[in-house]
Design a protein around this ligand. Structure first.
Ligand code: SF4
Ligand code: SF4
Length: 185
């Protein structure tokens, strides 16, 4: 008797939920609407990175690899001194090791790392989860506007690293100082 009661209760529950709207999102046919601050992937703004290594040192999983070399710039004023600066050669994040803690983003003193909501980068081969600086740069297109540094113009199309040079106060790109003379027609 108790078995029949259980069966009827189960059928009752099925009948009640039959007419309710399903909350399941039919991914990949329907893209989910994720909150702006979703921890999908880490984006790199290469221009801001000084190769200070702070993120790599603080990462608990040791999944950031950075290589750089030093270059010197000529003095800006007459009689001044040459300036040495780091040039980034390699910036890799291994997402097969990353635990998405966000420490690297928090400790970066130069606003070079950001969360982007992209999440669809699964790979059949785990080795392909090692993303280099070019790939990390493409994710800048998805970084929420509120998180971007002042004056930065994100790439307009995901997957392209559009030039992000200096901009005027109106947000337009600054003109070249020495534009190429136009060829005679
Ligand atoms: S999110 Fe955490 S684990 Fe992933 S790279 Fe940054 S510091 Fe390392
Ligand atoms: S902490 Fe920031 S500036 Fe320093 S190496 Fe990492 S990303 Fe580059």
């Amino acid at each position: 008797m108790s078995g029949i009661t259980g069966l009827l209760r189960g059928l009752g529950t099925t009948a009640r939920t039959l007419t309710r709207r399903a909350h399941t999102v039919q991914y990949p046919h329907t893209e989910p609407e994720l909150p702006e601050r979703s921890r999908g992937v880490i984006a790199l703004l290469e221009e801001n990175c000084t190769s200070c290594m702070l993120c790599a040192r603080e990462c608990p999983d040791w999944c950031i690899t950075i290589d750089s070399h030093k270059e010197t710039s000529p003095p800006e004023t007459e009689g001044g001194r040459e300036r040495a600066h780091n040039v980034l050669d390699r910036f890799d994040i291994d997402f097969s090791l990353c635990m998405y803690c966000g420490i690297c983003i928090e400790v970066c003193p130069f606003d070079a790392l950001f969360w982007a909501p992209d999440f669809a980068y699964a790979e059949g081969d785990i080795r392909n989860l090692l993303h280099d600086k070019e790939r990390l740069g493409t994710f800048m297109a998805s970084v929420p506007e509120a998180a971007l540094p002042e004056g930065y113009r994100p790439p307009t199309v995901a997957g392209t690293a559009e030039a992000t040079g200096p901009v005027t106060p109106d947000g337009e790109p600054e003109p070249d100082e020495d534009p190429e003379p136009e060829a005679d027609r």
